[in-house]
Design a protein around this ligand. Structure first.
Ligand code: B12
Length: 80
């Protein structure tokens, strides 16, 4: 999810809630845009990770997604 207009604390949680309600618990929610540092832990708590601001290299974002997918894969294979 990307928001540059300051509405991330309204729109991101709303999207997260709807995704969970529709059974999309396995969907990775990653945010970005103009997001003040103070808001990042609050978004993390709602399961929205990343929340990268301007100037973030694409490589950082790719590594973030890869890391979470790897962690999920290994916790899945531990369960099975
Ligand atoms: C282009 C632009 C516009 C265009 C947008 C065109 C379009 N359709 O995209 C137009 C002219 C429409 C516009 C309008 C407005 N804008 Co404007 N705009 C910009 C500008 C110059 C560049 C944004 C951009 O596209 N950057 C290129 C992309 C690649 O970079 P980025 O968005 O920063 O994204 C990076 C990270 O944030 C991150 N990221 C972003 N999203 C995501 C998502 C995920 C999942 C991940 C992992 C990472 C990620 O990764 C990217 C790479 O590092 C910025 C200033 C700036 N230099 O950032 C202002 C800026 C975003 N705009 C601003 C403002 C205020 C507005 C308006 C409210 C102005 C008004 N009064 O109408 C409106 C809001 C429109 C709206 N409904 O949201 C402010 C926002 C201030 C704030 N929120 O604190 C900014 C920061 C300018 C400023 N310094 O004041 N804008």
């Amino acid at each position: 999810m990307s928001l540059l207009n300051g509405a991330h604390m309204t729109a991101f949680p709303k999207v997260a809630k709807l995704v969970r309600e529709k059974g999309g618990d396995d969907i990775l929610l990653v945010g970005g845009g103009i997001i003040p540092d103070d808001d990042k832990p609050r978004l993390e708590k709602l399961g929205i990770s990343g929340n990268y601001g301007p100037g973030t290299p694409l490589r950082t974002i790719i590594e973030h997604v890869e890391k979470i997918v790897r962690e999920r894969d290994s916790s899945r294979s531990r369960k099975s």
